[in-house]
Design a protein around this ligand. Structure first.
Ligand code: ZN
Length: 184
């Protein structure tokens, strides 16, 4: 992760100046996590917009990584997306399964900022994490992917766990979570 940060700094692709923070060609803004968790708590219907907004942002940022680093392999793209996630303070993200052939991935996040700030909940709460993973995986696999959260620290699990796959796979294997988290 720090290697990635150094690379961005030394190549001038991480810039902080005159009230702006830019990574590659994208403007970023550091905000307290509570801004997002407060939206999720006060307006549960917002999870749809947090998820799809983060998904769009994930696709968009993956495009920027490909262009800026002239990436020619999906593995490299995946690595940089994970680095971006971790560098951004979202949590400690790792990929535990990556089935390129069936376009299916499983991710785990330890220390999820969203879940720890949110506190206890009866269901998974990391909607922006799901969106970013869905967007990144869509670009890595070259197809429309979605993401469900099957375990969440807020719901009492020790880590947050996510599955990205297409809607057909998710509706066959996780119909309830697909309905609750994606088909909103
Ligand atoms: Zn979670």
């Amino acid at each position: 992760m720090f290697e990635f940060a150094k690379k961005l700094l030394f190549t001038g692709q991480f810039k902080m100046e005159k009230g702006s923070l830019t990574i590659l060609t994208h403007r970023f803004m550091i905000i307290p996590v509570k801004v997002i968790t407060s939206i999720t708590k006060n307006a549960p219907e917002a999870k749809k917009y947090l998820y799809y907004g983060a998904k769009e942002g994930g696709v968009d940022f993956a495009e920027a990584l490909i262009k800026s680093f002239k990436l020619d392999s999906v593995q490299k793209l995946e690595e940089l997306l994970i680095n971006t996630f971790n560098l951004g303070g979202w949590g400690d993200l790792e990929i535990v399964k990556n089935d390129m052939q069936n376009k299916l991935a499983i991710f785990r996040i330890k220390n999820s900022a969203m879940a720890l700030e949110y506190g206890k909940s009866s269901e998974a709460v990391c909607h922006t994490n799901r969106g970013f993973l869905a967007g990144g995986a869509s670009r890595v696999y070259g197809a429309d992917m979605d993401c469900i959260e099957t375990k969440c620290i807020s719901a009492g699990d020790t880590v947050c766990e996510f599955i990205t796959a297409n809607k057909d796979y998710l509706s066959g294997n996780f119909p309830d979570l697909l309905k609750k988290q994606v088909l909103l």
